[in-house]
Design a protein around this ligand. Structure first.
Ligand code: PHE
Length: 370
């Protein structure tokens, strides 16, 4: 047997025997590297007579190619086997129920929004939405808050308008169409009245923005708007709806509401609504037939005739009530958080503590806060 034949036999056997990607790589380095037998054979070509070299060179090159191809083929086979093994090991059976391995949780704000949708769906309310970037007209003017109105100052508005100071926008038209981050969900009242016809019964949960930040205020927060437009609607409908909603939400029948006369430009008359709480060893609990104190939870009133008219409806024919309520505050009162800022820190420990299991869908029969 020549040198070539024995090298060939040894290397091909080693390649065929390699049973892992690591071993085939070791075989490759040993067979084709600088210290290999083939490299040594290549070096002998230099010292050969020309006709000898002409005979030997193709043989040595042929050996190199043959071994190199065998190693590459073995490597491909081993890679395919490794992939098959991995696919088999990592197989996920999508038909299995979600197990204890589930990681995510539902944020309390999302949970409360789901609870609100559930409660109001039962009362015949649909869920409406509107853009977070609003026009001045939808957010203020159509809601009977004209340019000079002091209520504008109370809203700490974030204006959006490139290249100029939005507060000093030139013409009246420019002012109406300038954009801002909505300061409340009330513009959804306007959008709903413009895009549909009465009777209307909607809630509109969503993000709102004001330039304000402390333990109970964040620049982004959440509100839910309620709007009913129909014939013959009065404050009694408003009060019953709010009582029914608050009792369902806190899951207690002994909740007392107090309607305090108030002022909003877009409702007349207007009422702020307080919920009664009782004190137990210094702890406040929402509910109790004889409250120890009151906590404000929302603003409300009868939709102002000017707002109804601004949406192209006849206020002599259509009346309605509206309310707006802070969702984050509702969540804090029900689930016992005391700092609003932690809601939006994205801290996993907080989410694990206060979050809800993904499959706990609120239902009226199971309890919305389950
Ligand atoms: N938009 C008001 C606020 O943000 C709340 C409100 C809504 C009051 C609807 C009355 C009617 O304070």
């Amino acid at each position: 047997m020549t040198d070539l034949d024995s090298i060939r036999a040894t290397l091909l056997a080693e390649a065929a025997a390699a049973d892992s990607l690591d071993t085939i790589e070791a075989v490759r380095v040993k067979a084709l590297g600088k210290q290999s037998g083939i490299a040594a054979l290549m070096k002998t070509l230099g010292g050969m007579a020309p006709d000898e070299r002409q005979r030997q060179a193709p043989l040595i090159q042929g050996l190199r190619t043959e071994v190199s191809d065998a190693i590459a083929a073995r490597k491909v086979a081993l890679e395919a086997a490794a992939l098959d093994a991995r696919l088999a090991a990592e197989r996920v059976d999508m038909t299995l129920p979600v197990g204890t391995g589930a990681q995510g949780s539902i944020h309390p704000v999302s949970q409360v929004m789901d609870e609100l949708a559930e409660i109001f769906a039962d009362l015949g309310f649909a869920v409406a939405t509107g853009p977070e970037i609003e026009t001045d007209w939808h957010n203020f003017t159509a809601l009977n808050i004209p340019e000079s109105h002091p209520a504008r100052a109370m809203h700490d508005t974030f204006y959006l308008r490139e290249g100029q100071n939005a507060k000093q926008a030139g013409t009246a038209d420019e002012r109406e169409t300038r954009t801002l981050l909505r300061t409340h969900t009330s513009p959804v009242q306007i959008r709903t009245m413009l895009s549909s016809s009465p009777p209307i019964r909607i809630i509109a949960p969503g993000r709102t923005y004001r330039s304000d930040s402390d333990a109970t205020h964040t620049p982004m927060f959440h509100q839910v708007e309620g709007l009913v437009i129909d014939r013959g609607i009065h404050m009694g409908h408003l009060k019953w709806t709010l009582e029914t909603f608050v009792r369902a939400y806190f899951e207690r029948d002994d909740i007392v509401l107090r309607l305090r006369p108030s002022y909003f430009p877009f409702t007349e008359p207007s009422a702020e609504v307080d919920v009664g709480y009782t004190l137990d060893k210094g702890r406040r609990t929402i509910g109790g037939a004889t409250p120890d104190g009151w906590m404000e939870i929302l603003g409300s009133g009868m939709v102002h005739p000017k707002v109804i008219a601004a949406c192209g409806l006849d206020p002599a024919e259509w009346q309605g009530f509206a309310f707006g309520c802070g969702i984050d505050r509702l969540a804090m009162l029900k689930y016992g958080m005391d700092d609003l800022r932690a809601f939006f820190d994205g801290d996993l420990r907080w989410l694990r503590h206060y979050g809800f299991a993904a499959l706990d869908v609120p239902t009226l029969s199971g309890g919305v806060g389950a």
